[in-house]
Ligand binder design. Structure first.
Ligand code: HEM
Length: 223
């Protein structure tokens, strides 16, 4: 039955060649576990989107209800605590993995010609992932969230000349309040993940087009 369905889809969409090209690629000799960090980062992002969709169903981004809605998710919603924990740990793992992936590509000089654009898109992804973590941290609206945002926006405020402006835009005023919470929430669930998804797609398209770089020791030796 599967074979029949495949040929039905294949007949209409003609996707086999493109999928084969995407999935069955030659990789250079000598690649190993270090080369899986990009894919591991991607898995975290997928987990974050899936669990995030379920979290939004019960979260309320207002100062009066945010804290209680998070407690409600953890204590009363079916699998709420599990979903919240997966979201939290995927976010923490993504920050660690993206850092390791960046270090791997840096120390193996994978950013060199012709992969400069892959690196630049990666650097933008790094900034967006940090912004996502920063905006998400405020959402539980507890003491830890409040003071972490206070410190983070304070650091942004120290940028020469434009610092105070950035801080005001981030907070939506001079202090952390209702506008900050809704602003962080909207950034966290719309613009930032949309941009990350777009940039990851471009990043992967480039990885597929250019192929994986050989480890430095095996490069330029025809191996
Ligand atoms: C959401 C974040 C990211 C995802 C999902 C991602 C995903 C990937 C994947 C799946 C690969 C294939 C090979 C591998 O895994 O090592 C790759 C390669 C690469 N990535 Fe990323 N990446 C991300 C962030 C970054 C960052 C922050 C940088 C650097 C600033 C970067 C630079 C590169 C480069 C230069 C390559 C080519 C490596 C080679 O050809 O050997 N990526 N990325």
């Amino acid at each position: 039955m599967d074979a029949k369905r495949e040929s039905w889809l294949q007949e209409r969409l003609d996707l086999k060649d493109s999928l084969d090209h995407f999935l069955y690629r030659k990789v250079p000799r000598g690649v190993g576990w270090w080369y899986t960090l990009g894919s591991a980062t991607l898995v975290c992002f997928i987990l974050l989107v899936v669990t995030g969709v379920f979290l939004i169903m019960n979260y309320s981004p207002s100062p009066d209800h945010a804290y209680d809605s998070v407690q409600f998710i953890s204590n009363s919603v079916l699998f709420g605590s599990l979903i919240r924990s997966i979201h939290f740990w995927s976010a923490s793992a993504m920050v660690v993995l993206i850092g390791l992936h960046m270090l791997r590509t840096f120390f193996m000089a994978a950013y060199k010609y012709p992969r400069e654009l892959t690196w630049v898109i990666g650097a933008l992804l790094f900034i967006l992932v940090m912004l996502s973590a920063f905006t998400g941290y405020l959402l539980p609206w507890d003491q830890k969230a409040y003071w972490a945002t206070n410190v983070g926006s304070g650091i942004a405020g120290q940028v020469p000349l434009i610092g105070p402006f950035i801080q005001k835009v981030l907070l939506g005023g001079n202090t952390i309040g209702a506008v900050t919470l809704t602003r962080f929430f909207s950034l966290h669930v719309t613009i930032i993940p949309a941009l990350i998804a777009l940039l990851i797609s471009l990043h992967i398209i480039l990885v597929v087009r250019l192929g994986i770089s050989a480890p430095p020791g095996l490069r330029d030796r025809g191996k």
